[in-house]
Design a binder for this molecule. Structure first.
Ligand code: PAF
Length: 286
């Protein structure tokens, strides 16, 4: 990836009041890049796109407690604000890094946003309430930062689909800008959780990106794509949660009669870490 050179002064804000004040002082258009920190090249690709589509960039760096279930890795989730600030220094205008208390004076909040049925499927089936937590924090971030554009990666394909619905269904005045999945040279989709994997785990995790490549090559045949996913599920390289082709709008599994775009979504555990990968495929043949 070609990284843009630093060209602006980056300020850190930790309160909602300071964000509103700093945001009001930004002339022109603003792009928001919501993150939970532990920034890697995947996030820098989001920042690079944000810089292309807006005059100013706000990056939020907040591990959102509301999207973690009991027993999940909220406490263990990697946090290193100094490293994050160094990674985006001079590339973004503002970094918002509030405390959980600042974001949620009442936790859980009395009123929250629901991701609806789409939030109960796929990742939502394994992580009840996760997407309600995501749409609630993203709604708050959009309200606070008032961006013209919000930038999200395609790796969290279900999240992107739900946030696209959030903006459309609630008439939020922002445009969602998707960015392609960033991959390590091995093909592994970049993720903050990759830091949990050993070298052997990283090798085993490649079954996900191999499956994505196979599904892409099998398109435009619906039957061939579905066959590829069945083959992946039969392999024991990962502990599969699902390997599905779904309707991009409803997230329901497609049938062999489906024609048009489909979302290939994969989730598997490797060394106890849940990994995701995804691709959009165009299906025009049986
Ligand atoms: O994708 C993420 O990192 C998070 O789900 C998000 C969108 C920043 C909300 O906390």
């Amino acid at each position: 990836m070609t990284r843009p050179g630093p060209d602006r002064t980056t300020a850190l804000v930790t309160t909602k009041a300071a964000l509103r004040e700093a945001r009001a002082a930004l002339p022109g258009t603003v792009a928001l890049v919501p993150t939970m920190g532990a920034l890697h090249d995947g996030h820098l690709a989001l920042v690079a796109r944000a810089r292309e589509v807006a005059d100013h960039v706000i990056l939020s760096d907040f591990v959102n407690p509301l999207q973690f279930g009991p027993g999940e890795d909220y406490e263990a989730y990697p946090r290193d604000l100094d490293a994050d600030l160094a990674a985006v220094d001079g590339l973004v205008d503002l970094v918002l890094a509030p405390s959980a208390e600042e974001m949620y004076p009442v936790l859980p909040p009395t009123v929250s946003v629901s991701a609806g049925r789409a939030g109960t499927l796929l990742e939502g089936a394994a992580r009840p309430g996760h997407f309600d937590g995501v749409v609630t924090v993203v709604t708050k971030l959009l309200t606070l930062a008032a961006p013209d554009v919000a930038v999200f990666g395609r790796k969290d394909a279900q999240q992107l689909a739900i946030l696209t619905r959030l903006v459309a269904d609630l008439d939020l005045p922002v445009r969602i800008e998707p960015v392609e999945i960033q991959r390590e040279p091995s093909g592994l989709a970049r993720s903050s959780r990759n830091t949990y994997l050993s070298d052997a785990g990283r090798d085993r995790a490649l079954v996900l990106s191999r499956t994505i490549t196979a599904a892409r090559e099998a398109a435009p045949s619906v039957g061939a794509v579905l066959g590829t996913l069945d083959d992946a599920l039969a392999s024991d390289e990962a502990e599969w949660a699902y390997a599905l082709a779904v309707d991009p709008a409803t997230l329901d599994p497609i049938t062999p009669e489906h024609r048009g775009e489909a979302l290939v979504v994969l989730a598997a555990r490797v060394e106890g870490t849940r990994l995701l990968d995804a691709a959009v495929v165009s299906l025009t043949a049986p």
